[in-house]
Design a protein around this ligand. Structure first.
Ligand SMILES: Cc1cc2nc3c(=O)[nH]c(=O)nc-3n(C[C@H](O)[C@H](O)[C@H](O)COP(=O)(O)O)c2cc1C
Length: 336
């Protein structure tokens, strides 16, 4: 019942993509999701090219199913600054190895992937792009992407201002490629709603952070379980671009220092990898970067990735069946 055009396009069982998440979505999570019938997507941000190459190869060992890779391809003005050059070189290395290793799906998490589309297609690979506005969707479609991921304001990580409920149908109406919905989807009702909005599937981040296989300290996963939908803030403090994270001492301190925040990627380079990994590796939730979306309010337990995929699919099917039977017209329909 849940089979959509996305399943046919990617050769997967359920229209569920686990979002690329820097540091968090590493080979164990990616392979677990792909083995469970979704599409696992490797995050690259904050990893070195050697680490990413090793992760790609490990995914291939752990699953024979398709998987993807997410690369932040934000257009950065050429600069003599050594940190900007290092960042640009690293991104190019991620792109080159994704093509060489023939990763089946390449996703640009930020920016227009125009320069890589012809070569990716020549190698039989799909290219998708995460967007937060109709304008950005039209731009990447003109560049030849195979699908767009419309990500609303509720999302964890870098995020725009338009909410998922409005953005997804607007993008669906504005482009002629399949659209995948993202932002705030953390249970099967959200997956069903995404399909109702005209999307062919869902791109889900925060729900997969709170899984056993996510590459993160248990303290970060437990924070996601503990907070409500009010527990996140949007800040430029970590990277220089607006991103939704769990509110903590670091975000509160930078809220007073807005004027000092550098543009992307300089702020990210200035903050440094130690802050990025503080919560994820050392469990320091006071200062660490803990990307998470408002959907955290819907997450009550750390589970295995396979359980999450199965539950999302089962709940979505139930929600769609209820709708098909007209049950939604009745008051007090139990949600779950
Ligand atoms: C922990 C975490 C890390 C993320 N890192 C990245 C990243 O490196 N690149 C990227 O394109 N998006 C990143 N995102 C955004 C996700 O890819 C995705 O678009 C978002 O999580 C979807 O919204 P949701 O969290 O409400 O499911 C991250 C999100 C989270 C929660």
């Amino acid at each position: 019942m849940l089979h959509t055009a996305l399943c046919s396009m990617l050769g997967i069982r359920y229209p569920i993509m686990q979002a690329g998440m820097g540091w968090v979505a590493r080979s164990d999570l990616v392979a677990a999701v792909s083995n469970a019938g979704g599409l696992g997507v490797l995050g690259t941000n904050q990893l070195t090219p050697d680490e990413v190459r090793a992760e790609i190869r490990r995914v291939k060992q752990l699953t024979s199913q398709p998987f993807g890779i997410d690369i932040l391809m934000a257009q950065v003005a050429p600069s003599a600054d050594e940190r900007v050059q290092r960042y640009t070189n690293t991104v190019q290395a991620f792109i080159d190895m994704s093509l060489e290793e023939r990763v089946p799906v390449i996703v640009s998490g930020l920016g227009d992937p125009a320069p890589i589309v012809p070569e990716a297609h020549r190698r039989g690979l799909l290219v998708m792009s995460v967007v937060g506005t109709v304008r950005a969707a039209q731009k990447v479609v003109a560049s030849g992407v195979d699908a767009v991921i419309a990500q609303g304001h509720e999302a964890g990580g870098h995020t725009g201002k338009i909410t998922t409920m409005v953005l997804v149908p607007r993008v669906v109406d504005s482009v002629r490629v399949p659209v995948i919905a993202a932002g705030g989807i953390a249970d099967g009702r959200g997956v069903a709603a995404a399909l109702m909005l005209g999307a062919v599937g869902a791109w889900i981040g925060t729900r997969f952070v709170a899984t056993k296989e996510a590459y993160s300290h248990p303290a970060y996963k437990e924070r996601i379980v503990a907070i409500s939908e009010e527990g996140t803030v949007v800040t430029r403090a970590f990277t220089g671009k607006t991103a939704r994270v769990i509110r903590n001492r670091f975000t509160d301190e930078w809220a007073q220092r807005e004027g000092e925040i550098l543009p992307y990627p300089l702020q990210q380079e200035a903050v440094g990898r130690e802050v990025f990994v503080a919560a994820r590796v050392h469990g320091n939730t006071d200062i660490g970067h803990m990307a998470a979306g408002q959907g955290a309010g819907l997450i009550t337990e750390v589970k295995s990735a396979a359980e999450v995929v199965e539950e999302l699919a089962r709940e979505a099917e139930e929600a769609l069946r209820r709708a098909a039977r007209g049950y939604l017209a009745e008051p007090h329909v139990p949600a779950r």
